[in-house]
Design a protein around this ligand. Structure first.
Ligand code: GCU
Length: 429
């Protein structure tokens, strides 16, 4: 959103803890018929099957079967050494094609995927006799070229929101400046810690603006009239992450059983929704995902259902509109989105100055998800007392409140990397 727009919206929000209404959260371990879940078997066979469809039909929307099955083509556009020999940089075009109608640009959608792998681990003499590396998968906001100043990155050219900081004007994503968001992408650290990085611009799937549904991948599905429970942009982006995962399952040098999906803000919401649905993701990390992400709707603190539906209602399914100023009627809340991850590791991060995203609501969500992890014998956060700023708390579920603004920083990554090493890479994997 433009800065002015956020400010106008943000002014309407409540930031006073004493005005948070009394609320009752839906209970993850109580079935719709009132029966209590007491075992993993019951959770997996019954209760998580009740919760997931509710998120689909009431919040993010279902992905329909396409009118005509799409075909998917993978093309490796380049693969070479990069970053002074520390990395292999592979760039892959994933193309979704509506086969019956020919091959005009209107019948296809391209996603440009940038992959860095640590060269010493993923290739060369080790290749073939060693499994691939664990990776972080994350969408970027303004194009692959913004992630690093590496001149070899093929620029993403999609429609983008305008943003002077990243050089985007006229919605022309190709103008985005190389390396302009590099502070959020510690590529060198990831490589030296043995991780790969996989990224693509979310606008390649659904250009993030009102009225862009017809430029999104949704049009290839022949899904012109959106149903009340039909997919909004977040579901489309989450679908895209699963399609990138399809590629990673066959990508040389990558260990697809150790993919951590992560994202910031609206892309944190997207990462949570993608990982809740697609159990191939080994872990999820959301940074400042806020309303519609990790934050509890029922707190009505910072951004609310009503405030989010105003400018960006298209992120959700039309059914979601009925919860504006009516949070108590939601049949789910966001602790259950995190619970759907169980027993896979989940980490939620907030920032002290990002009250719009409701840090306490994000924390409480992660804390309440813990009871489902406990069924599996894992420790969640194990407390309902929020830790002080800059003091991470992490078992199988992790949380931190970083001092500072709405952003992803090196400090955030410095918490994520050891968490993933311990919970994804060490635990028998
Ligand atoms: C806006 C929006 C948030 C979102 C954020 C972002 O502030 O209201 O819901 O998380 O943009 O994606 O940066």
């Amino acid at each position: 959103l433009g800065a002015g727009r956020v400010a106008a919206q943000a002014d309407k929000a409540n930031y006073d803890e004493s005005k948070v209404p009394h609320y009752r959260l839906p209970e993850p371990l109580v079935c719709n018929d009132g029966r209590r879940v007491t075992s993993v078997g019951e959770w997996e066979s019954r209760r998580d099957r009740e919760i997931l469809p509710l998120f689909r039909s009431q919040m993010y929307g279902y992905v329909p079967a396409p009118e005509v099955p799409l075909s998917t083509e993978y093309t490796v556009l380049s693969e070479e050494e990069a970053l002074d020999g520390r990395a292999i940089r592979r760039q892959v075009r994933i193309r979704f094609v509506r086969p019956a109608t020919g091959r005009s640009p209107a019948d296809r959608q391209d996603v440009l995927v940038l992959i860095y792998l640590p060269k010493d681990k993923a290739t060369g003499e080790h290749r073939g006799n060693q499994r691939g590396v664990p990776v972080f998968l994350a969408y970027n906001f303004y194009g692959n070229q913004t992630v690093n100043a590496d001149p070899g990155i093929l620029p993403t050219i999609s429609w983008c929101r305008n943003n002077e900081r990243f050089g985007v004007t006229d919605h022309d994503g190709s103008k985005a400046i190389r390396g302009s968001n590099a502070w959020s992408w510690p590529v060198d650290t990831l490589l030296s810690e043995g991780f790969g990085l996989v990224t693509a611009c979310y606008n390649d799937i659904y250009p993030d603006g009102t009225g862009n549904r017809d430029r999104s991948v949704i049009r290839l599905f022949g899904d012109t009239l959106q149903r009340a429970d039909g997919w909004g942009a977040i579901s489309a982006w989450a679908w895209g992450l699963s399609r990138i995962m399809d590629y990673l399952e066959q990508a040389p040098g990558v260990d697809a059983s150790r993919v951590t999906v992560t994202g910031h803000s609206r892309l944190g919401k997207t990462a949570l929704w993608a990982a809740a649905q697609d159990r191939r993701f080994a872990a999820v990390i959301s940074t400042n995902s806020g309303c519609g992400g990790a934050a509890l709707f029922r707190r009505e603190f910072g951004e609310t259902a009503d405030l989010i539906c105003g400018p960006v209602g298209y992120w959700f399914c039309p059914n979601f509109q009925q919860y504006r100023n009516n949070e108590a009627a939601l049949p789910v809340d966001q602790h259950e989105l995190i619970a759907l991850m169980a027993p896979r590791p989940a980490y939620v991060a907030s920032a002290t100055e990002d009250l719009w995203a409701d840090p306490r609501g994000e924390f409480l969500s992660a804390a309440h998800a813990g009871e489902v992890y406990a069924l599996y014998g894992y420790r969640g956060l194990d407390t309902f007392t929020m830790p002080p700023a800059d003091r991470p708390l992490a078992h199988r579920v992790g949380y931190h409140l970083r001092t500072g603004q709405h952003d992803v920083t090196a400090w955030d990554w410095a918490q994520y990397i050891p968490f993933v090493k311990r919970e994804v890479c060490a635990n028998g994997k």
